[in-house]
Write a protein that binds this ligand. Sequence first.
Ligand code: GNR
Ligand code: NI
Length: 174
Amino acid sequence: MAKLKILKFPSPKLRIKAKEIKDIDKKIKIKIDDMFETMYDAPGIGLAATQVDFHYRLLVADVSSEQNEPLVMINPIVNKKEGVAINQEGCLSIPGYFGDVERAKTIWVSYLDGLGNKIDSEFDGLLSVCVQHEIDHLDGKLFLDHLSEAKRQRIRKSIDKEKRQRTKSSKSNI
Ligand code: GNR
Ligand code: NI
């Protein structure tokens, strides 16, 4: 297994739309293992392939506190959404920033598991939030895109400033 590098905002690669997976081959299975290692190490409750620069429709998640309920979703499709829920979200690609995002409360999703079995599931609560957040990544969307323009600007400016200061100190640190 290998830990993968997570792309950070504002990498343009986070905006790439992921392609459908046609065949769950060895390469995909290795990627799934590596994504779990990367997600558990971070730690995070979900990880989309897009975040590790692999632009195929694959995500992993585990919202359990024991890290013993791994979920793999390949080519997920949301068939139905119901209700509204607002939750504070964060993202491993935007570390240190959080925002309240409005999403559907309940979702019904079709996907393939890691063995290629077709699954139809209903998600609610944190797993519903997480799956919607990860599917957004596969479409090149970030939780920032759901915030108000003002809040998004504030976060973008703060990240720009952080980056400028890192550049400055690396120059003065010889
Ligand atoms: O670890 C994560 N926590 C989280 C919290 C609230 C809503 C969504 C998430 S997903 C995030 C990991 C991540 O960035 N996945 O793409
Ligand atoms: Ni994320």
